[in-house]
Structures are given as structure tokens and as C-alpha cells.
Design a binder for this molecule. Structure first.
Ligand code: GDP
Ligand code: MG
Length: 354
């Protein structure tokens, strides 16, 4: 009963009104008075938006989303840069690329591939930790003049844990000390037997620096994609994930979003975490304006009123009021949880404060 709760609060030295929100700690204290313990659920759970299941007939093919992972200096950046540059030359004018955390390439046969171009594979793990599964296929790159290294193993394990198929790229085959067979043997010792050794893992020897066999590698990625039968419904309001977000002096908050299904358009009302805003403008990694972004496509978006975290989900809302309403609730819950976690101080901290 409300009266009992108010009375209890008073007995705890708090004078509260009937429609007042209590912070987490107070709630726990009051509940305790009544012999209950409270379990707090996260803000995302409370205010998550229920996304409709798509009907079979609404689904259409979508491009694969690919992440490149591997040990430091084995050639991730070189490979991603080469693919991007090759695409710029093949594509229309407007050559200079900007780093937006993801880009999409269109091949001569019209097939598209989206690459997540996030530094290292930290972003991949950060996103996975937040429950966002954005990668369809992982390219694991290993330098042929080196060995399978700890970060290579880590990358393989991450992909395996996520259930993401792997294509191996054995890089730097142009180097004098290169020995691709040694890498294949090391992989075999880990139970990753590559195709030309009778195994099931596709593998391509490449030189990222000289652009050798990159087309062949992408062919194998597309073959893997075919097996996955990737599909999404483009004809609904967009949903997807935040790739990265930051504050830009001139443009305000700039956010790279990856649409996972539906279509995002200029003017749409985005909600992500506790941030929202109309899409003012969208750009691709070549800094060209785009009006529409479909499934598996990334875009740099202007117009959000803050920077959501990488891996955060985004939704397109009916209108600003709805977005603001949910954003406000999420913010409030986050604040309350923040207060709660701040109250958990260790004895060590108390010692330091004194
Ligand atoms: P990352 O740390 O995995 O992003 O590796 P980078 O792409 O930065 O490459 C590390 C170094 O290896 C750079 O100096 C590259 O120029 C060089 N490198 C990358 N790919 C190749 C290659 O195919 N052949 C040769 N010879 N050098 C390469
Ligand atoms: Mg790099």
C-alpha cells in the first residue's frame, strides 16, 4: 500500500510524495523494510523497443558484413585500405575517403560487401559484449613471414564463439621469408584445416601491400556469404547498430550507423540509447551525400543530440515525442543505476577518502 510505503520512507527519515521517483538505494531500503530484496534490470531491458518479426516474403538478399582481424602488423589496415582504394578508383568521382568505421564496396558484378573498419578487433569484442552481432564473416589475416600469434588465436576464438565463419588470408607472400605452408600447418595444429589441405576453411594467399590476390580473397568471402543466405527486409523503418560516434567541432555529433534491416532516410527520427534526433544528412566514406541507406549499408549520420556507444542498437521512431520520451526514461534509469553503482565503494576507497 502506498501509505505504508510513505510511512516507511518517513521512518527512514525521507519525506516523499506519492508520485516521486526513488533512487535505487532508497528503493532497496524500503523494500527491505517489507522483507523484499529488489533485483534491478538494466535500462536497455526496461525500455527496449520491440522489433517486429519479418515475414518470409518480405525478406531480400543483403550484402555480407565483414570484419578483418589478426595479430598486430600482420596487415589488417593494409588490406582494408587496399580494398577501399581499389573501390574508389573503380567507382565514380569524389575520391578522397574519410574514416567512418565502415565502408561498402561494390564489385564489377554488382555484388556488395560491407567492411567494418574499426581499429583492431576491440570494437568487435566491445560490440559483442553489448550484445550486438553485426559481423557475418571474419577474415583472419596472418603474415606468412611470421607465425600464428596470440592475437591470431584470440581472433579465431572470438569468431568461433560468435559462430561467425572464418576465411583465412595469408598475407605478405611477396616477402623473401614468406612461408604460407608454415601458417597452414600451424592452423592445422589448432584443428583449422584449410581447404587446399582437405579441410573446410577457405584460405587465400595475398599481398595486401601489392594488391595481389585480393579479388580472389573477396570471391571466397562471397562464396561463404552465399552459404549463409543473408537476408533482410528493406521495406520498413531501419534498425541497426552504432559503429562509432564522436563530437565534431563543426558538424556536431557524427555517428556511423550500420543498418541491419529496413531503410534509413534523411529526416528519419533516430533513437539510440538515450540519444535521439532527426537525420539531418548522411554521407558515405567518400564524403558523398546519400539519401537512403539499406540493409548491411553504413552511413555517417548528422543530427543526433549525443554520442551513443559503439554496439548500441538504434531504431527509427514514429516522431520526436516518442523518441524523446524513451530517451528520457533511459537516461533516468541510467542515472539511477549510476547512483547505485557509485554507492558501492570499497573499503580501500573509503581508506583513501579518509
Ligand atoms: P596491422 O597492424 O594489422 O593493421 O598491419 P598494417 O597493415 O599496418 O601492416 C604492418 C606493416 O606490414 C606495414 O609496414 C605494412 O606496409 C606491411 N605490410 C602489410 N601487408 C604487406 C604485404 O603484403 N607485404 C609486405 N611486404 N608488407 C606488408
Ligand atoms: Mg592497423
Amino acid at each position: 500500500q502506498v501509505n505504508q510505503i510513505i510511512a516507511t520512507c518517513m521512518s527512514l527519515g525521507m519525506f516523499v510524495s506519492i508520485n516521486q521517483r526513488l533512487d535505487a538505494e532508497t528503493l532497496a531500503l524500503v523494500a527491505e523494510e517489507f522483507g523484499y530484496t529488489i533485483e534491478f534490470v538494466s535500462a536497455e531491458v526496461v525500455e527496449s523497443i520491440i522489433e517486429e518479426e519479418d515475414k518470409e516474403e518480405d525478406l531480400q538478399d543483403r550484402p555480407p558484413i565483414v570484419t578483418v582481424m589478426g595479430h598486430v602488423d600482420h596487415g589488417k589496415t593494409s588490406l582494408l585500405d587496399h580494398i577501399r582504394q581499389a573501390n574508389v578508383i573503380a567507382g565514380e568521382a569524389g575520391g578522397i575517403t574519410q574514416h567512418i568505421g565502415a565502408y561498402s564496396v561494390t564489385r564489377e558484378d554488382g555484388r556488395q560487401i560491407t567492411f567494418l573498419d574499426t581499429p583492431g578487433h576491440e570494437a568487435f569484442t566491445a560490440m559483442r559484449a553489448r550484445g550486438a552481432q553485426v559481423t557475418d564473416i571474419a577474415i583472419i589475416i596472418v603474415a606468412a613471414d611470421d607465425n600464428v600469434m596470440p592475437q591470431t588465436v584470440e581472433a579465431i576464438n572470438h569468431a568461433a564463439a560468435a559462430g561467425v565463419p572464418i576465411v583465412f588470408a595469408i598475407n605478405k607472400i611477396d616477402k623473401p621469408g614468406a612461408n604460407p605452408d608454415r601458417i597452414k600447418e600451424e592452423l592445422a595444429n589448432m584443428n583449422y584445416l584449410v581447404e587446399d589441405w582437405g579441410g573446410k576453411y577457405q584460405c587465400q594467399e595475398i599481398s595486401a601491400k601489392n594488391g595481389v590476390n585480393i579479388e580472389e580473397l573477396l570471391e571466397k568471402v562471397l562464396l561463404e556469404a552465399d552459404l549463409l543466405e543473408l537476408r533482410a527486409n528493406p521495406n520498413k523503418r531501419a534498425v541497426g547498430s552504432v559503429i562509432e560516434s564522436s563530437l565534431d567541432k563543426g558538424r556536431g555529433y557524427v555517428t556511423t550507423l550500420l543498418v541491419q534491416s529496413g531503410t534509413m532516410r534523411v529526416g528519419d527520427m533516430i533513437l539510440s540509447g538515450s540519444h535521439y534526433g532527426h537525420v539531418k544528412a548522411m554521407f558515405n566514406e567518400r564524403n558523398q551525400k546519400v539519401d537512403e541507406v539499406g540493409p548491411s549499408e553504413p552511413a555517417l549520420v548528422l543530427g543526433l543530440n549525443g554520442a551513443p556507444q559503439a554496439g548500441e542498437r538504434f531504431n527509427i521512431m514514429e516522431d520526436e515525442r516518442e523518441a524523446k520520451d524513451i530517451a528520457t526514461k533511459r537516461e533516468q534509469l541510467q542515472r539511477e543505476q549510476g547512483m547505485r553503482t557509485k554507492k558501492h565503494i570499497t573499503l580501500d576507497e573509503i581508506g583513501r577518502r579518509i
